[in-house]
Write a protein that binds this ligand. Structure first.
Ligand SMILES: [Fe+2]
Length: 350
């Protein structure tokens, strides 16, 4: 046992004597494993030192603790913004758009910072165990994906925050679309589809009454369904006429929509989504942004386990940047290059 000052504590240290408060109650019992929250708490309450067991931590033990800590923090940050979004969504449903976008941006900053520091956006998504309806999780996912793309495009920190705000608010107009259309599981009629498409303009119209929202963010919300070939809505703008934030959010929006379960269809694997995104980059999505997105995202699938259409399980060993959806897969001692062997497909990613 050794006496150690609070400032010297490390995450994962184990307390070997109970810690009491002024009233004589135990606040941290012997055997507690120290987390960053404990350190902040003890410093805050003016504790000077604690007694510890002699350290005996393996590297994997400390890594596991840090991972758990990160997971807990991301989930708290995610839940805060999810609840904030639901609040704004309900407010707008009652025609009240009276929130402060500057405060919202400050509240989003810890989550955005965690996402871009982690760099592995899909890994971050896996850490988030918070489940809710697609209607609420989709804007958060698009916000995080958008922030990640903005970082990969080397935008400034301020611009990354703005892109994240566009992502969070991009579909807010859906709150004003008839709910029976929004949640319809059968295919929409032409007039119903027109009503759904109105969400971009409806969102813009309600948000522009709020003076705290930057014009660049408003434009991103209005134009996130524009397509580079001029076949998008509401204005049929081309690539050069559509602002950058809207083009970023378009890519993030399509990817999250494809890889999420919807009322009317199941999600596709990330590799199938890569294929669809690449196809769409030849017409609708910004090709430069899509390429950067695919190159960065696909890199994280090296060493990932996948199931092929013949039911065998293998490991991704190499991803060709010209065929990101068809990597080289190793199964025991056999290498299968999906870029040249079209008899097989990836049907599951673990
Ligand atoms: Fe949308």
């Amino acid at each position: 046992m050794k006496k150690i000052e609070i400032e010297e504590l490390s995450i994962g240290d184990v307390i070997s004597r109970d810690i009491y408060n002024d009233q004589g109650s135990i606040i941290l019992p012997e055997g507690t494993k120290i987390t960053s929250k404990h350190i902040v708490y003890l410093m805050d309450k003016g504790y000077k030192y604690v007694y510890l067991d002699e350290p005996n931590h393996s590297e994997s033990y400390v890594f596991e603790l840090l991972k758990n800590e990160k997971t807990e923090i991301i989930n708290i940050q995610y839940e805060i913004i999810l609840n904030e979004y639901k609040y704004i969504y309900n407010q707008i449903q009652s025609n009240n758009c009276d929130f402060d976008a500057n405060i919202l941006t400050k509240e989003m900053k810890p989550l955005v910072d965690s996402v871009i520091e982690n760099n592995d956006i899909l890994g971050t998504f896996r850490l988030v165990s918070y489940e809710d309806s697609y209607n609420f999780t989709h804007p958060l996912n698009v916000s995080m994906l958008g922030a990640m793309i903005a970082k990969w495009l080397n935008l400034s920190h301020e611009e990354i925050q703005e892109v994240a705000l566009v992502g969070l608010l991009h579909d807010i107009g859906k709150t004003l679309v008839p709910q029976d259309i929004l949640f319809k599981s059968d295919p929409l009629t032409d007039s119903e589809f027109d009503a759904l498409k109105a969400h971009a303009k409806l969102g813009y119209d309600v948000l522009k009454t709020n003076p705290t929202i930057p014009k660049s963010v408003l434009a991103g919300v209005l134009l996130h369904h524009e397509r580079c070939d001029g076949n998008g809505y509401p204005n049929g703008l081309t690539q050069s006429e559509t602002p950058l934030y809207a083009r970023i959010i378009a890519v993030a929006d399509v990817f999250d929509a494809l890889t999420s379960d919807k009322i009317y269809r199941k999600r596709v694997t990330s590799f199938s989504a890569f294929k669809i995104l690449r196809e769409e980059s030849f017409s609708g999505l910004d090709p430069n942004i899509t390429e950067i997105f695919l190159a960065n995202l696909s890199a994280y699938f090296v060493n990932n386990k996948v199931r092929l259409s013949d039911n065998r399980i293998g490991e991704v060993v190499y991803i060709n940047k010209f065929a990101v959806n068809r990597p080289l897969v190793k199964i025991q001692n056999e290498f299968i290059d999906l870029a040249s062997d079209y008899s097989l497909d990836i049907i599951e990613v673990f």
